[in-house]
Write a protein that binds this ligand. Structure first.
Ligand SMILES: [Zn+2]
Length: 385
């Protein structure tokens, strides 16, 4: 059956509209969705049937007690397509599966130091871990996003990672996709994905989200979205110079924020005040340029506790000339933020355009064999040599 292009576009738009209402905080019936969207009940019912058939929505038993016919609330189907989040850290690989409702189904971390490693070995380890995690979650997977500790260009290529000197111009998404039997894999900067995770977890719409780890990066949230810069490379706050004659940095520069505020720098005695001061100086510049009212300190920073938070707050209070003051807080997601953001990015993509998932059926099944990994158990369909 062929459908005119205009009608097809309208239907796709309406699928997203209905799914967006179902995903909202308030449980709605078909009639409730019709009232909220302005679509007819007949149209809503037909769209809901399509979303149920695609495994995206489920209809619960009718609630009793009120006047008139009892209404059946709709909700996102937790058995529907989930998102696979992957992360290459400087000293670990991580994977998690988040279902459509945003619940974490499985999450694993494997220690694996990549500072002297070539990409291939780490990617094989990550693909094997991904395969295990997907098999354990038992959900169809809509796609994966991999969080990377470096500069990721708009084409998903990791251009450089100051703490991974042998990773230069690596097409990480493509390499993982090949190892995961063609599962679509996007790549993003870990600090950007951490910033989105903060936003999706109910955090501020306009903020600089700093991730402190072996490296230091930031994601910039403006108006609820990520500000990526002209080439997707915004937020490299770790290489903002705070001491022009300071220590040498892995990036080749000198006196970068990272030399004073990485977790390694923070492990030195009496380092918290210096780190807080350096963060305050770099963030003052960023806040003055971008006019954002909030700063979230994430990654490993929350573990540094009140002394670090107090030092950053004091620096910003003394230096920024905003009347309202800057809201400086610790992340509640901490070191899980980038991984959660990576997995949730796929779920958000499904919610934003369910028509894409429906058109692309059958969905990518859980990958059954990763290169270098063990064959998967028989519960996964399509296993073979
Ligand atoms: Zn640097």
């Amino acid at each position: 059956m062929s459908v005119p292009a205009g009608q097809h576009t309208v239907r796709r738009h309406n699928l997203a509209l209905v799914l967006g209402e179902v995903a909202g905080p308030e449980p709605l019936s078909r009639a409730g969705v019709a009232a909220r969207t302005g679509l007819t009940r007949g149209t809503v019912s037909s769209l809901v049937e399509e979303l149920i058939a695609a495994g995206l929505v489920t209809e619960l038993a009718a609630a009793r007690g009120g006047p008139g016919r009892p209404a059946s609330p709709l909700r996102l189907d937790p058995r529907g397509p989930g998102g696979l989040g992957l992360e290459v850290g400087v000293d670990s690989v991580r994977a998690c599966v988040v279902d459509l409702t945003g619940a974490v189904r499985v999450q694993r971390t494997v220690a694996s130091d990549h500072r002297d490693d070539v990409p291939d070995a780490a990617l094989a380890r990550l693909a094997a871990l991904a395969t295990d995690v997907v098999a354990e979650a038992g959900l169809p997977i809509a796609g994966a996003t991999v969080a990377l500790p470096g500069v990721v260009g708009p084409n998903g290529v990791l251009e450089r990672a100051p703490n991974l000197p042998r990773w230069v111009d690596v097409a990480v998404g493509d390499a993982l996709s090949t190892r995961l039997r063609g599962l679509p894999v996007r790549a993003g900067n870990e600090a950007d994905l951490a910033a989105l995770a903060e936003r999706w977890a109910g955090g501020p719409t306009d903020a600089i989200v700093v991730s402190g780890g072996i490296g230091v990066g930031a994601g910039i949230l403006l108006d609820g979205g990520l500000f990526a810069g002209a080439g997707g490379r915004a937020g490299e706050i770790g290489h903002v110079v705070v001491e022009p004659d300071g220590l040498e940095c892995h990036c080749g520069g000198r006196g970068c924020l990272e030399t004073l505020a990485s977790l390694e720098a923070l492990a030195r005695p009496d380092a918290v005040r210096a780190a807080g001061r350096a963060l305050g100086i770099a963030l003052t510049g960023a806040v003055h340029l971008l006019d954002v009212p909030a700063v979230v300190l994430g990654g490993g920073y929350p573990r540094c506790g009140a002394p670090l938070l107090g030092a950053v707050r004091a620096e910003l209070a003394a230096r920024v000339f905003s009347r309202a003051g800057i809201d400086v807080r610790f992340s509640t997601l901490g070191q899980d933020a980038a991984l959660r953001g990576a997995a949730t990015a796929m779920v958000q993509a499904v919610l934003a355009d369910p028509g894409e998932v429906i058109t692309a059926r059958p969905l990518a099944r859980p990958p059954d064999v990763a290169e270098g990994g063990a064959p998967r158990p028989a519960t996964v369909r399509g296993a073979g040599p």
